[in-house]
Design a protein around this ligand. Structure first.
Ligand SMILES: [Zn+2]
Length: 85
């Protein structure tokens, strides 16, 4: 149960994400960036972000390197967050 990894990645599941929440995936090898959304991760709602990070690969052609995931706030519009009707 004890994880040495710290922070939100081990505590937040895909299902906890707001629909507008963007996950910025930066390749550790080539620096290519792509974004994931809740809608992109259909079927992985139970996965924690660190699991997504562990399995997600760089989208750059011919790379496929490991990525680092960072939260990007896109809900400046407000009102969307929290109200899961
Ligand atoms: Zn890459």
């Amino acid at each position: 149960m004890v994880k040495t990894k710290t922070g939100w990645q081990t505590q937040i599941q895909v299902q906890d994400l707001a629909d507008t929440q963007k996950l910025e995936c930066t390749c550790r090898q080539c620096g290519h960036v792509h974004y994931l959304y809740k809608a992109t991760l259909t079927g992985r709602e139970q996965d924690y972000i660190d699991e997504v990070q562990a399995t997600e690969k760089c989208w750059a052609r011919g790379c496929g390197g490991p990525v680092r995931i960072v939260f990007v706030r896109t809900d400046e519009l407000s009102g969307f967050v929290g109200g899961m009707a």
